[in-house]
Design a binder for this molecule. Structure first.
Ligand code: 5GP
Ligand code: ZN
Length: 132
């Protein structure tokens, strides 16, 4: 896609610090890292997000995430994997991407949202509403 920054990174029109690449997937450092090693993993074909990606590319991206995660786990103390889909979920670049956020034991970060305690009777209603 012409006006997509990640498509420009894939084509080489915009530079990046590459971490991993294969025929279907590219991983590179986030330009605005929230921790050292903050990495983005993207399909080399333009999909907006999880809602339109096809399973073939999603599987390739997932396999790359696993490979990179295992590699990073030897250099850090764990990782978070984050992914935003649509504006309400704070997606800002509309080319599917997964954030790999390396963690260290004493980094003092908190990437887990505040857990508001809800009435547990809501769980039954919610399960009925959401069941596939
Ligand atoms: P989102 O907010 O959509 O989940 O994440 C988009 C991410 O892309 C942000 O963390 C942002 O820093 C990163 N980003 C945006 N533009 C560029 C760019 O040109 N190069 C790189 N390497 N990362 C980018
Ligand atoms: Zn794109």
């Amino acid at each position: 896609m012409d006006d997509c920054i990640f498509c420009k990174i894939i084509s080489g029109d915009v530079p990046c610090y590459k971490i991993y690449e294969d025929e279907y997937v590219l991983a590179f450092l986030d330009i605005n890292p929230v921790v050292n090693g903050h990495t983005l993993v993207i399909p080399k074909k333009h999909f907006v997000n999880i809602f339109d990606v096809d399973n073939f590319y999603l599987e390739k991206v997932t396999a790359a995430i696993k490979k990179i995660s295992v590699h990073y786990n030897q250099k850090f103390d764990g990782i978070n994997i984050l992914n935003a889909n649509d504006k309400s979920a704070q997606q800002s670049v509309f080319h599917l991407h997964f954030h790999i956020i390396p963690r260290t034991i004493d980094d003092g970060k908190d990437f887990w949202p505040y857990k508001e305690v809800l009435d547990k009777t809501d769980l039954k209603t919610m399960a009925e509403r959401l069941k596939l």
